[in-house]
Design a protein around this ligand. Structure first.
Ligand code: NAD
Ligand code: AKB
Length: 339
């Protein structure tokens, strides 16, 4: 305890896809109690024994932070709250306030809480949206993109992510005790939850629609390609980064990778298990263009070397061991899912 305040792990955006998966992963583990913040309430599945309190409200509301910080002292922060890429383009002012201002304010608060003797870790999920390949041809020709290449975001969301990465690294260099760590995540696919407002959403939407036996209308073209990662692999990577010794880190922002898959490849693979899958294509040009500028694959050598990122799933087991059994269980209560 410091000044009577309880040391906690703080998770913002905890009601979102990654937040729910992170809470699930942390349930039953040892560590400081967890305090969460989100506009929404937490899911009824229950956030686990470590969870102490949920603050339902806006990260932009200073009264919320006053209340929280008078009772708790965050020592590790996962700042997940954000507006994802497709939605950010349609609400640019709000997206700036949440994704850039909201994160900047939280970084400043964290820097105030931290001291060189008692650093506070701030873990930030950035995105492949920080990259901008100049054309579809350049994307096809490119090798897996490493962290210092093509940093030329074409979306507001990508620019906001890059800004927060750089702001965090800059404040850390002032030496006041902020310990900033970022991962650039690819498109994530969960068997338990569906995304909202992202641009990589076609892949999870299509797979979940297949399991529900519903036709899917795909908003990108067949060749659209992105790296994808299973939600548990991404959460494990984020946790490894959060918990590793600072001395092992050689950069402030790391790629986390995963299988590079096109829409056509995903459809062909899903159709092996759901042969009735019906996909129509109705191109959303803006979203298709966003995908065209994001890398088709990322190089995550640095994450593997520095903090042991070791995703369990490759192109085949992502489907056969994780997604297909998980979504069968979710929608069909299928006994085969157990095996
Ligand atoms: P999500 O949309 O499921 O969750 C975000 C959560 O933030 C939501 O529950 C939302 O209610 C909350 N939120 C939004 N604005 C808020 C505000 N003003 N105050 C309080 N809460 C607010 O997204 P996610 O997939 O869980 O993503 C979490 C983080 O990871 C985001 O920063 C996102 O940019 C990043 N990320 C996600 C992916 C992915 O594929 N899921 C990929 C790259 C990066
Ligand atoms: C989105 O599509 O916005 C996210 C991301 C890759 O950042 N899934």
């Amino acid at each position: 305890m410091s000044g009577g305040r309880v040391p906690v792990t703080l998770i913002t955006g905890a009601a979102g896809e990654i937040g729910q998966a992170l809470l699930h992963r942390l349930a039953g583990s040892r560590g400081d109690p967890i305090v969460t913040v989100d506009l929404r309430s937490l899911s009824t599945a229950g956030p686990g024994d470590l969870h102490r309190e949920h603050f339902q409200g806006d990260i932009l509301d200073s009264a919320l932070w006053e209340q929280l910080l008078c009772r708790y002292r965050p020592t590790l922060i996962f700042h997940l709250a954000a507006i994802l890429s497709t939605r950010a383009e349609s609400v640019p002012v709000l997206a700036h306030r949440v994704n850039a201002d909201g994160a900047a304010r939280l970084l400043a608060m964290t820097a105030d809480l931290a001291t060189p003797d008692e650093p506070v870790r701030f873990v930030f999920p950035s995105s492949i949206a920080v990259y901008g390949l100049p054309s579809r041809e350049a994307k096809e020709a490119a090798a897996p993109v490493s962290e210092d290449e093509h940093l030329d975001p074409a979306t507001l969301y990508g620019a906001q992510k890059l800004y927060v990465e750089r702001l965090g690294a800059t404040i850390e260099r002032l030496g006041n005790g902020l310990d900033f760590r970022a991962v650039r995540l690819p498109g994530l696919i969960s068997s338990d939850t569906l995304p909202q407002g992202g641009t990589s959403d076609w892949a999870p939407e299509l797979i979940h629609a297949a399991a529900r036996g519903e036709p899917y209308c795909c908003f990108v073209n067949r060749e659209a390609r992105l790296p994808f990662c299973a939600m548990p692999d991404a959460v494990e990577g984020v946790l490894r980064l959060a918990l590793c010794q600072k001395a092992s880190l050689t950069r402030s922002a790391y790629n986390l990778g995963g299988p590079s898959l096109s829409a056509a490849e995903i459809i062909a693979r899903v159709a092996r298990d759901f042969p009735d899958l019906e996909v129509r294509f109705r191109l959303d040009r803006a979203r298709d263009r966003i995908v065209a500028g994001w890398p088709g694959a990322v190089d995550d050598t640095a994450a593997r070397r520095d903090f042991g990122f070791a995703p369990e799933h490759d192109e085949e087991t992502l489907f056969s061991r994780y997604l297909i059994p998980g979504i069968r269980r979710r929608y069909l209560g299928d006994a085969r899912a157990a095996g």
